[in-house]
Design a protein around this ligand. Sequence first.
Ligand SMILES: *[C@@H]1O[C@H](CO)[C@@H](O)[C@H](O)[C@H]1NC(C)=O
Ligand SMILES: *[C@@H]1O[C@H](CO)[C@@H](O)[C@H](O)[C@H]1NC(C)=O
Ligand SMILES: *[C@@H]1O[C@H](CO)[C@@H](O)[C@H](O)[C@H]1NC(C)=O
Ligand SMILES: *[C@@H]1O[C@H](CO)[C@@H](O)[C@H](O)[C@H]1NC(C)=O
Length: 373
Amino acid sequence: MLLLTWSALSTVLVGLIIPRLTAADTATSRAQVALDTLQTWYNATSGLWDTCGWWNGANCMTVIADLAAIDPSVSDTANYVFDNTLRMAPAHNPNPGPENQVHSRDGVAANSSEWLDSAYDDDAWWALAWIAAYDVTNDDTYLGLAQGIFSSLTKAWGTRCGGGGLQWSSTSSYINAITNELFLTVAAHLANRASSDSERDTYIGWAQKEWDWFAAQGFIGSNYTINDGLLDNCQNNGQTVWSYNQGVILGGLVELNRAAPNDTYLESANKIAQAAIMTLSDANLVIHDVCEPNCAPDATQFKGIFIRNLHMLHQDSPNDLYKKVIEACANSIWEYDRNYLNQLGVNWAGLVASIDASTHSSALDALVAAVTI
Ligand SMILES: *[C@@H]1O[C@H](CO)[C@@H](O)[C@H](O)[C@H]1NC(C)=O
Ligand SMILES: *[C@@H]1O[C@H](CO)[C@@H](O)[C@H](O)[C@H]1NC(C)=O
Ligand SMILES: *[C@@H]1O[C@H](CO)[C@@H](O)[C@H](O)[C@H]1NC(C)=O
Ligand SMILES: *[C@@H]1O[C@H](CO)[C@@H](O)[C@H](O)[C@H]1NC(C)=O
């Protein structure tokens, strides 16, 4: 008779089962699986992701680049997307400039004006996406697109509130936080990728000018959360504390601090990050936006943007709280917010019906952040 004690049996089982589970379910393999799922929405004809919009597409491309930067096994997918999106997506710009009505990209040099849709935040998302593509390819074409987009944004620098800042779009007078946070972060990113000292100083100058202006306006409330924008009289409008508005500024200050070190940048970033976590996380440290579960089509993207930027802050100013938040979000998404097709939803604490390429790519940001935490 073979008598196997429980502990002997579990040793056998552990030996057999655990390695397989580990191989199939690491932070990296989760992100890889979710990348494959994201690409089921990628439309080779449009160079964008079906079920989500133009600016969301920039964020889909960014998260793919961010994964490729830490996992070379996905670089073929990433390079294919950069190349195809560069050629195909401009024809699907929802609001191209008047001079840009005819799109025939094949064989024509990349032109940053094709990525402008008159909403300055949208333009800046594409600048960040091309910077992320540049970071993993070193292809100057991509950096040039971002530089060209930024150059056009500088022409929108305003004079109304405190003599500066950008309004939301060429047709909206709303001065909102996201447009200005994006302007700051694109400038700071470009400073760290400049090819000469004078170019670098120009970008640093814009980033500092934006930050000094931003901090002097009413965007940041007394508890360090950032509201959506300013009233016509330039006061804080008290509108929703969206997660992405607590996020983009973090990456901007991290990049600015890398370009032109000043302790106040990371001090401010840490205050904003901690206020955001206090305000937006649930008892399990999972981040939420108030719109859940009906966040389409824009706010579905926000939380991933927050986590992507919190991860940047954690790299330069590590904090166990940030690590816990990123891991809590990634684990909760994988356990509770994933359907049988490995599609990821809008409520990271639990699966709800609304799933699209935006909810999915946003959740993928958290899975990617968890790979290098
Ligand atoms: C892909 O994009 C093209 C161009 O916009 C569109 O005509 C087509 O319907 C899209 N495919 C799917 C499956 O949505
Ligand atoms: C980019 O495209 C715009 C609009 O078509 C055009 O006016 C401009 O000259 C182009 N720039 C370059 C460098 O080709
Ligand atoms: C650091 O940044 C703060 C805020 O922008 C500014 O007031 C201060 O002068 C800067 N310090 C130095 C040494 O540049
Ligand atoms: C901070 O202030 C905002 C309002 O601007 C509010 O929504 C949020 O709940 C506050 N956070 C905390 C932790 O009190």
